[in-house]
Design a protein around this ligand. Structure first.
Ligand code: ZN
Length: 220
């Protein structure tokens, strides 16, 4: 069945599917780029000068009909006539540099990891059972989706911090994440800050690590 299935729509339009091999567990697709030009990552100039080929092997993509999908991808390598930079193209931002998963597969794993509050072992187990055969080392380095908290909520958390702790000198008043979370839950009004009512410790830790004002005031 899968031999007659048209896989082209699953990949950026620059790729053509050269070969498909299948086993009961996995599909392996050989993709090749048919692009004629690509933007130089250094200066932005659009280069039409192909310099060679680059091959990326065993890239894990999202599964298809309960089978793992592995990709062997041949990319064009261009040389920029403006700045002489040699670079491999990345049509549709489909790949990630030096990673063995596609960008969309990483996004998926990242969401799972976010739901599981950053737990690497559980994330690996869940995605593996969902036909994404990634190793622990891959999961460990996948970032979790950034927490979606608006600026008003961030400012409010900072204000609460200052009110609760009469904070004048950040270096003398460092409190723990748990203490701050208690204050947030105790003080936030549902109508004004709906996304903070159920804020988890994990989300708060992500928020704090991305906010300089809070970061320097929280115990490591
Ligand atoms: Zn260039």
């Amino acid at each position: 069945m899968q031999d007659s299935f048209d896989f082209r729509g699953f990949f950026p339009k620059e790729y053509t599917v050269k070969e498909i091999s299948s086993s009961p567990e996995a599909l392996t697709l050989d993709l090749e780029s048919t692009s004629t030009h690509a933007p130089c990552p250094k200066c932005g100039f659009s280069s039409y000068r192909i310099h060679g080929k680059r091959r990326r092997k065993n890239i894990v993509d999202l599964p298809f009909l309960e089978r793992s999908v592995l990709l062997n991808i041949t990319l064009n390598e261009y040389i920029c006539p403006e700045c002489m930079q040699i670079f491999a193209e990345n049509p549709g931002d489909f790949l990630l540099e030096r990673k063995s998963v596609t960008a969309r597969c990483e996004n998926h794993i990242s969401e799972v990891k976010h739901i599981l509050r950053g737990n690497n072992a559980k994330t690996k187990s869940i995605v593996n059972s969902g036909h994404i055969p990634v190793q622990a080392g891959v999961v460990r380095y996948i970032p979790v989706s950034p927490v979606d908290i608006c600026d008003t909520d961030r400012d409010w958390i900072y204000k609460i911090y200052k009110i609760c702790y009469q904070d004048d000198n950040p270096s003398e008043h460092q409190y723990s994440l748990e203490e701050l979370l208690e204050k947030i839950h105790a003080n936030c009004e549902r109508e004004l800050h709906p996304s903070l009512v159920d804020l988890s410790l994990y989300d708060l830790s992500l928020l704090v690590s991305s906010d300089k004002r809070l970061k320097e005031r929280i115990k490591k």
